[in-house]
Write a protein of this length. Sequence first.
Length: 152
Amino acid sequence: MEKATFGAGCFWGVEAAFRKVEGVKSTSVGYMGGHFPNPCYLDVLSRITGHAEVVQVEYDPKSVSYDDLLAVFWGIHDPTTLNRQGADKGEQYRSVIFCHNAQQLERAQQSKAKLQMSGKFEQNIVTQIKPASEYYLATAEHQQYFEKKGRR
């Protein structure tokens, strides 16, 4: 199994999208990329931590490639809006790929460049690509939130 971590707005919808991907064995939502140890949801919401809401995906690379996961990531949000997805505003909703190894970093950078060159977006892609850092798991109430609320 391998891990991939993505931020693309509110983590509830992002997690729901990745849970539908064949080869994804598990998902969890949490926080990454900040400077505040052990943040809770309200800390991150207050914009004092520097963290992004993220989904961490555990996947079987024999069943689904990292490139496939990147395609899902690019397809579920607008990577041209800085610190915003829809009505959600703030740095915690930024578009970001946290890479767990050098291969992921290279694939993410290539994927971003290819998408930018494709002409799909009139504006520049602002997605950050960074090395993975400490991951803080969100509380149980936030895990698989849409499934708990009867939404998929």
